[in-house]
Ligand binder design. Structure first.
Ligand SMILES: NC(=O)c1ccc[n+]([C@@H]2O[C@H](COP(=O)([O-])OP(=O)(O)OC[C@H]3O[C@@H](n4cnc5c(N)ncnc54)[C@H](O)[C@@H]3O)[C@@H](O)[C@H]2O)c1
Length: 368
């Protein structure tokens, strides 16, 4: 087995969940630094996760961390407006990058990152940890085994609850800091799952509104989508549900896949796979599922796939690619374009699309 990969985490908010997941994978990763300009917060994260301070150093200075030749991967858990500049800086410093969502707020930036990744020979892994877990692994195995058939229609709900306490963090709810609302910051994971299972989108019509909290960005959205396969999908997004619920129904020709309601780890919840039509299909579905090995979920699954990719270890779940990140930012761009124009939008978007350089209002500035 290859040596563990050395990681530096930038940002001690969601970064502490990343840290906990790396610590659970000691044969694959060592966390050399937890870097946050708020040192007491980073110290709290080390204490909370039980990280060994002799192995994981604290730093308030990202430049110092980038300059350490022993670091293989920079894991960016900073506010969204810092993702593109920090990913660029890390690639230029010769590091691989794991970057929290959203990767960028402009397709042009994603294209520049792709060129830089090519030039430096270093990889970028956008964070989509919701993909990892037994529910989706089972659905993917059923599709691969030919037991699903033609995709027909999907419906998904990202119905979460966010209030003033959540928006007390100054970068949230602003175009400059968060760079988008519920479409960008919350439903992005579930839309990644939609395209992972149903493939690329051909056209969409989107509506967006700010109805829950007094913020700049949207907190409700209703989407109708046509996939390249001809399958249809609807997605309902709100931050005004009384509780946090994520829910998927995927209807295929030969089976219906229904998720549980687990909001932040939908691949982990209780999924049902029900045969449609021929009576024998349920036995084949059940047999296919019971033959599958266990698989890691959430951040552990995501990081395992990253390590497998960087160390050329075959057989595991595929890592999230920069192309997946591009597809996700293209979808967000198309949603904002449709919501603003009131018109359907076809994908893929060309480089001369009016929002190719980004959807942020021109006066959006951030110094948080
Ligand atoms: N994948 C997920 O499920 C998930 C969940 C939550 C948040 N996120 C994403 O993670 C990112 C961070 O979100 P968060 O909720 O942890 O934010 P946060 O504001 O709670 O934490 C960000 C941290 O970055 C630090 N920081 C800011 N600028 C810095 C700099 N220049 N150098 C060093 N440290 C700096 C801040 O002090 C802060 O502690 C966002 O993009 C968010 O969308 C993803």
């Amino acid at each position: 087995m290859a040596r563990p990969l050395n990681v530096a985490i930038l940002g001690a908010g969601i970064g502490r969940a990343h840290l906990a997941a790396y610590l659970a994978l000691p044969e694959r990763f060592r966390v050399r630094y937890l870097c946050d300009r708020d040192i007491p917060r980073a110290t709290g994260a080390l204490l909370e996760t039980g990280a060994d301070p002799a192995l994981t150093g604290l730093s308030a200075n990202a430049d110092e961390v980038l300059a350490d030749p022993a670091v293989d991967i920079i894991d960016i858990c900073l506010p969204p407006h810092l993702h593109v500049p920090m990913t660029s800086a890390a690639l230029k410093a010769g590091k691989h990058v794991i970057c929290e969502k959203p990767l960028a707020s402009a397709l042009s930036d994603v294209d520049r990152l792709a060129a830089l990744s090519q030039e430096t020979g270093r990889m970028v892994f956008p964070v989509f940890q919701y993909r990892y877990g037994p529910g989706l692994a089972r659905l993917q195995a059923l599709i691969a085994a030919g037991l699903a058939g033609k995709p027909l229609i999907a419906s998904l709900r990202t119905h979460w609850n966010r209030d003033a306490a959540y928006y007390a963090n100054p970068w949230r709810g602003t175009w400059a800091g968060e760079q988008g609302g519920a479409i960008l910051g919350h439903a992005i994971h579930n839309h990644d799952i939609l395209t992972t299972i149903f493939g690329p989108i051909r056209q969409l019509h989107a509506f967006a509104a700010t109805r829950v909290n007094p913020i700049e960005t949207e907190d409700c959205s209703a989407l109708s989508l046509v996939m390249q396969s001809g399958a249809l999908a609807t997605s309902s997004v709100t931050l005004g549900h009384h509780d946090d619920v994520t829910d998927f129904t995927f209807c295929f020709e030969h089976l219906t896949a229904q998720s549980g309601l687990n909001p932040y780890a939908p691949a982990d919840g209780v999924w049902t796979f029900s045969a449609r039509g021929a009576a024998g299909n349920q036995a084949a579905i059940d047999a296919c599922i019971s033959a599958l090995p266990p698989c890691p979920s959430g951040f552990a699954g995501f990081f395992t796939a990253v390590a497998d990719q960087l160390q050329s270890i075959p057989g595991g779940a595929p890592a999230v690619t920069l192309a997946d990140g591009q597809r996700s930012i293209e979808l967000v761009t198309a949603i904002y374009a449709s919501a603003r124009s009131g018109q359907p939008v076809s994908l893929p978007l060309a480089t001369d699309h009016p929002l190719y350089e980004g959807w942020l209002p021109t006066d959006a500035k951030d110094d948080t």
